[in-house]
Design a protein around this ligand. Structure first.
Ligand code: ADP
Length: 393
């Protein structure tokens, strides 16, 4: 019987999970628990044709995961008969300590705990999820897979902020990146697809969160997210790059607290701040109906991506392939067009009918004459976590 890995992603008020075959990425079962601790919670579990959705209060992660394990018993598949060889946990921040997936022990838990100040909401939620899962599934190894690990290879020139060296050292301020599991999966998939390991690649992960990376022969050499996932591209609700002096300006003149500004930059900005909507599908229809804010919002979003493409081509000293992935990257042909328009001088030529053709799986959307290949590759972070978990045990 094939091995399986239970992949768990615990957020502050949610748990997402998938039972994955690490050999081919097949999701045998999947589900989520949302709005934990908020009165009415949502639980959804899918196993082949069998689906269940419940709307009961779930007080905490322990209760949520217990309920999930009940559903595996009642709806299937039975975990005791599924050859589960590991539980793979997504962890957002691994700091400078983890450059690969690692089997959980008490030292690992202490280190993740020590990193909570760098990712207060995420790492503490991830920790809760790991501890609960360890208690409920004590007989399998638990492995942590860090969103930052792929970017531990960044050269000092790109990982270092030009900040007072002592302050940066004392408070561990540097560029850690995020979405690393996705960038790693996609860049590896591209190398396999093109049959070349020495590629100079730009990966654009455009989802609700968005990030770009520059990958040279499989090694990440730059990325747009920094100390936290706030830096870089324009996102659903986050500003991306902004002059940090805007924070001082708001504190001094708008008398906003640090928490208010944190909330503004992370939750009320990006496309939502510019247009009122964070879903690009809605923003495009607003723009088509003549909404000026929506047009400007899309232009700002595309302009930022284009800036990163140009700067990463320079960082890499050349470019072989650009790959779009995640919700916007995989589905939004118009945005792919806007973000690559006018880049023919870099050897980037989109084929408009290939770009517009709908399809699943890996797709080439550049012209045959394009020096730089442009691809769409569906990301699969769960598969990558499952593969890394198996490699770690
Ligand atoms: P997350 O970052 O939450 O994992 P996804 O990668 O699934 O999210 O991306 C979700 C976003 O993808 C949505 O908010 C929406 O903006 C965008 N999206 C999904 N489908 C389309 C589409 N057909 N056209 C444009 N944007 C899309």
């Amino acid at each position: 019987m094939n091995q399986t890995v239970l992949v768990v992603n615990s957020g502050s008020s949610s748990i997402k999970y998938q039972l994955v075959d690490p050999a081919d990425g097949h999701a045998i079962a999947s589900g989520l628990v949302e709005r934990i601790g908020e009165g009415s919670s949502l639980l959804r579990h899918t196993y082949g044709e069998n689906k269940i959705e419940e709307d009961n209060p779930i007080q905490d992660h322990a209760m949520g995961l217990e309920r999930v394990l009940d559903l595996f018993s009642s709806i299937g598949p039975n975990l005791h008969e599924s050859n589960v060889v590991a539980v793979g946990h997504r962890v957002v921040q691994g700091g400078a300590f983890f450059d690969r997936a690692t089997v959980v022990d008490s030292d690992v838990l202490r280190t993740i705990e020590a990193l909570v100040p760098l990712a207060p909401l995420h790492n503490s939620a991830n920790l809760t999820g790991i501890k609960v899962a360890q208690r409920l599934l004590p007989n399998v190894p638990h492995v942590v897979v860090f969103d930052t690990a792929f970017f531990q290879s960044l050269p000092a020139a790109s990982a270092t902020y030009a900040l007072d060296r002592e302050v940066a050292r004392k408070y561990a301020i540097r560029r850690y990146g995020a979405h690393g599991t996705s960038h790693q999966y996609v860049s590896k998939t591209v190398a396999d697809h093109l049959g070349r390991m020495d590629l100079k690649q730009i990966v654009l992960h455009l989802g609700n969160g968005a990030s770009a990376s520059a990958v040279d022969a499989g090694r990440a050499v730059d990325t747009s997210m920094g100390l936290t996932p706030l830096e870089g591209l324009v996102m659903g609700t986050r500003t991306g790059d902004i002059d940090p002096a805007a924070v001082f300006h708001l504190a001094r003149n708008a008398h906003m607290s640090i928490d208010d500004i944190d909330n503004l930059l992370n939750k009320r900005s990006g496309m939502k701040g510019l247009t009122g909507q964070n879903d690009l599908r809605i923003v495009h229809s607003m723009a088509e109906a003549g909404d000026r804010n929506a047009r400007v919002g899309l232009a700002v979003y595309a302009h930022r991506i284009k800036k990163y493409i140009g700067s990463y081509a320079a960082v890499l000293g050349g470019l072989d392939v650009i790959t779009f992935t995640a919700g916007v990257g995989e589905n939004d042909a118009k945005m792919r067009e806007m973000a690559t328009e006018g880049l023919e001088f870099l050897g980037i030529k989109l084929d408009h009918s290939r770009n517009r053709a709908s399809g699943r799986g890996i797709r080439e959307i550049s012209r045959d004459s394009s020096k730089v290949k442009v691809l769409v590759v569906p990301t699969n972070e769960e598969w990558e976590i499952a593969r890394q978990a198996v490699a770690a045990i």
